[in-house]
Design a protein around this ligand. Structure first.
Ligand code: KIV
Ligand code: ZN
Length: 520
């Protein structure tokens, strides 16, 4: 394993978790969650953060604007279709950034030309006009021919040339439907660099979707052919099968620096933190055997592997857990641990909490320590995520839950909640304790959102382990997720359901529960 050096050719990391990732059904994030993710992306060294699609909704606009104001080192990028109004709105959102970037795109493949009803010449004209308009506003303009990998090669060269002449500084080549193959991904970049006049004055980027599981391979093949920007998302979040995973390309460039001699500016020790944060916020659990950040990525179960590991970790490990910010799971705290010890432990795990946040987490920690003998790192992380997901000013709050269950149904839930300023009680039955609890919530707070997903995961081993529950609700075409952890699975379920409802209430209050514009 070799380490990237300072002098190496750099590959820029463009993170689109907050735009392409957030578009994946069910991954909607609140404003505060987007800020938290953006801050960590900035801290860990991401070069460009695609913060959203400003014209899509008021919420997107506000989020992009605030991220633009807050980011310290990353360029802040907003997405815009090939319309002047989109580009103007995007510029308005990003203009206060230290390094603003407009990313404008149009679908160039025959299928997309049919949709936009533009012939080849008409589309070239549109690209010329919109990129020129963007460049008149902003020095840094990225242009993407959506569905590039299914666009006729000669025409792709023509549109890329048009965008470069109009002032684009980065040309991104999206494999929008995850159709390309590594060799082909490389050939397209090589062809553009060779055939398009002005290609040597721009940066080529690669943006791959993972429909055939080849996104990481396609992105790295593009880099070998001369692309110097990889577009990716944390945990590979994104529409359908998702995008290239940030952690995979970054670690591949680090671990296989012998054959991919390119440096990134990512502090890889923050990878686990951002992965956990994005998973908690999006409600998308990370698959256990996911490359780099999966729970089992560093677990060695078989006797032969364990024996090898004890003798020399490199026998079965190509990267060290600490390289991605993973400390071996260890017993950390007990009920006698104080606030200072908790703060120090959380800091070691990468969480620097403000005093009021620490106070809240400490109360929860003490309550957990009373119920659970051994408290692991994962328990503390679940506590932090829980405390971030709910707040004292939430419209709906769980006060008390008592459930009667067993072999003789029906199961029964007695639930007390505050809804606004009012405290309400109900007694409901159902097919099982969770069903009874959810029925009780629906009785106290009638709504017509559909429950799309209900998922339970144990945080650690053992029968006293906390359970993390994820709930996804669908309402008028929009999706709201909630997550919560507790040693009592039914309590965690109730809190997760209530979290999702609070997000729905918030979206309604902001009046943005209407349909959103989606890009590829
Ligand atoms: O996949 C895609 O084509 C996109 C573009 C908007 C860049 O996300
Ligand atoms: Zn995309």
């Amino acid at each position: 394993m070799s380490t990237p050096s300072q002098e190496q050719d750099r590959v820029l990391i463009f993170d689109t978790t907050l735009r392409d990732g957030e578009q994946s059904p069910g991954a909607t994030m609140t404003h505060a969650e987007k800020m938290e993710i953006a801050q960590l992306l900035d801290e860990m060294g991401v070069d460009i953060i695609e913060a959203g699609f400003p014209i899509a909704s008021e919420g997107d606009f506000e989020a992009v604007r605030e991220i633009a104001r807050l980011a310290r080192r990353a360029s802040i990028c907003g997405l815009a279709r090939a319309h002047f109004a989109d580009i103007d709105r995007c510029w308005e959102a990003i203009r206060e950034a230290k390094r603003p970037r407009i990313h404008t795109f149009i679908g160039t493949s025959p299928l997309h030309r049919d949709i936009t009803k533009l012939d080849q010449d008409g589309m070239v004209q549109r690209i010329h006009d919109t990129v020129t308009h963007a460049r008149n506003l902003c020095e840094d303009v990225q242009w993407s021919p959506m569905d590039a990998t299914r666009t006729e090669r000669d025409y792709l060269c023509r549109v890329v040339e048009t965008a470069i002449k109009a002032g684009a500084t980065t040309i991104n080549i999206p494999d929008t439907v995850g159709y390309t193959y590594p060799r082909e991904s490389a050939e397209i970049i090589a062809m553009l660099r060779e055939r398009v006049p002005g290609a040597d004055g721009v940066i080529f980027a690669t943006h791959c979707h993972n429909d055939l599981g080849m996104a990481t391979a396609n992105a790295l093949a593009a880099v070998e052919a001369g692309a110097r920007q990889i577009e990716c998302t944390v945990n590979g979040l994104g529409e359908r099968a998702g995008n290239t995973a940030l952690e995979e390309v970054v670690m591949a460039l680090k671990v296989r620096n012998d054959i991919l001699p390119y440096a990134t500016s990512i502090d890889t020790r923050k990878i686990m933190n951002i992965s956990r944060l994005v998973s908690a916020v999006s409600g998308f659990p990370v698959q256990f055997n996911k490359a780099v950040v999966g729970k089992n990525a560093f677990a060695h179960e078989s006797g032969i592997h364990q024996d090898g590991m004890l003798k020399n970790a490199e026998t079965f490990e190509i990267m060290r857990p600490e390289d991605i910010g993973l400390s071996a799971t260890n017993l950390v705290m007990g009920k006698h641990s104080g606030r200072a010890a908790l703060r120090a432990k959380l800091s070691q795990l990468g969480y620097e909490l403000a005093d009021n946040q620490l106070k809240d987490v400490f109360v929860r920690f003490k309550a957990l320590a009373d119920r659970k003998k051994e408290i692991y790192d994962e328990d503390l992380i679940a506590l932090i995520q829980d405390s971030a997901a709910s707040g004292a000013d939430d419209h709906l709050q769980l006060r008390r839950l008592r459930v009667i269950c067993g072999t003789d149904g029906p199961q029964e839930a007695e639930l007390t909640m505050t809804i606004g300023a009012e405290e309400k009680f109900v007694d409901a039955t159902g097919d099982g304790p969770v069903d009874a609890t959810f029925n009780a919530i629906r009785m106290l707070f009638p709504h017509d959102a559909n429950l799309e997903l209900y998922q339970v995961h144990a945080v650690t081993e053992g029968t006293d382990a906390q359970a993390t529950v994820s709930v996804r609700l669908e309402h008028e075409g929009r999706v709201f997720t909630g997550q919560s952890s507790d040693t009592d699975t039914v309590v965690a379920s109730a809190k997760a359901y209530i979290n999702a409802l609070n997000r729905l209430v918030l979206a309604q209050a902001r009046g943005n529960a209407s349909a959103m514009i989606h890009a590829g």
